[in-house]
Design a binder for this molecule. Sequence first.
Ligand SMILES: NC(=O)c1ccc[n+]([C@@H]2O[C@H](COP(=O)([O-])OP(=O)(O)OC[C@H]3O[C@@H](n4cnc5c(N)ncnc54)[C@H](O)[C@@H]3O)[C@@H](O)[C@H]2O)c1
Length: 365
Amino acid sequence: MSSFATLARFSDPVRIVLVGAGAMGANWAKVIHETAETRLAGVVDITAGAADKLLTALKIEDVPTRTSLADFESFGLDYDAVINVTVPEAHKAVITEGLQRGKAVLSEKPLAPTVTEAWSLAAVAAVSGTLLMTSQSRRYFRGLTAFKRSVKALGPVGILTNDFFKAPHFGGFREAMADPLLVDMGIHPFDAARFILDDEPVSVYCESFNPSWSWYDGDAAATALFTFSTGSRFRYTGSWCSPGSETSWNGSWRASSEAGTVLWDGEGPPTSTDTTVPELDPLEREEISGALDEFVRALRTGAEPSGIADRNLMSLAMVEAAVTSNRRGELVHLIDILTAARDEAILATTNKAERSWLAGALPAR
Ligand SMILES: NC(=O)c1ccc[n+]([C@@H]2O[C@H](COP(=O)([O-])OP(=O)(O)OC[C@H]3O[C@@H](n4cnc5c(N)ncnc54)[C@H](O)[C@@H]3O)[C@@H](O)[C@H]2O)c1
């Protein structure tokens, strides 16, 4: 169980500095601004003018902007927490700076580009007693919550599947990445599988490839089979270059148990002929609003959020294990990925307390 500073140190509403004023930063600024429990205390972006441009586009006034957190503080501006929405390569530096300034941090996924960096960040957070949470926004869907409850009602899961077929033309970095589907998108269903099953994966076999007509440089299609600790299997098949009869962005889910099956199309309510499916809760906020609510609740109560860094790094490890399995052409054990990354993180720090925390850290549950 992690422990971190709670309400006593945080004002009401929680004052948040948004770092990263790009496409996703605009969504975050709007949500922080419109949420009663939070206040947008500032916007930071390394590119001069980007933060002002974002605020002007959203018609949000009287919010200070800077090009660094250091600059923000040197003007005597105070705040409680940082929301990091920078590009993944900048996550480690931005998150570390926020934590070292004593601020709770909510970061966009992925926590870091590698599991090693994610371990380092988890260690900085744990040693400083400051909350670091990843916003894994696809955990927060009313349909997903209802799907999970229905699945639980049917008892242990034999096979959980997710099928994801879309054909987006993003342009930009995704089309140039080595493993765009697994690295940029796969983390969502992998993380959701852990949430649905309330269990952790132990191994994976994965094959990824790039269909001949793909407009991506790297592999845009993959199938991965994970074995979880209780024996459940999770089979993911996805493609980013499959036009026609596309699935939702959450993909199409099926959970098969001894007592029956539950289906979820990733958009509406789940369906089952074998169990009662609960009503969707209209008060449950979805996507990044849901992540923000869990973050604020954690700061107020000390309740450990599902995306706390040292647990969320297992979702990142699932991605790294799947990519490794494809490269090696063999089954990969999650413990090997987690241990090797943890050992590298120990070597990467000179901070004694962080080394000691890492040495004693169990790889998730
Ligand atoms: N949850 C989701 O569904 C979802 C969707 C899209 C993006 N994302 C995530 O959001 C993050 C941002 O993605 P995006 O599409 O907005 O990227 P983007 O390139 O549009 O914006 C990133 C911004 O960060 C700024 N930046 C870079 N380094 C910085 C630093 N050191 N300090 C301050 N600012 C810095 C850039 O100038 C840019 O304005 C990524 O981690 C991405 O994976 C999540």
